[in-house]
Design a protein. Sequence first.
Length: 135
Amino acid sequence: MEHKNNNTDPLILEEGQGRVYNCGTMTAVFKADEKETNEQYSISEWWLEPNSDGPGAHQHEENDEVIYVLAGTTSMLIAEKWIDAKKGTFIRIPAKTTHDFKNKTDQRTGVLNFFIPGGFERNMPSIVKWFEDNK
């Protein structure tokens, strides 16, 4: 009998588990999204290879983002200022705030992203296609 996951079931994922999206030198691993959270939020890891760019400067009209640096030092653009966010750094980016991230180091970096409310994962197939078409 197949068990269907819903937002009332506990969700336990080990390292590397989740829905993986390859975006060139950037990899996104979605841990929980609208299917598991009743569209309340989505949680994903974003990993950048050494000396690589992220998604490019952008903003979200209605969504706040919370970012926690998991590994390495990630350069973050927040509004008009770049900062070097080391492992353990917590950042809240309000809706309508321009932001970006990239890796200027020789080590792989990673951030945990909370997107509130959820739904960002709907964009991932088109984001992956963009990276495939623009290698």
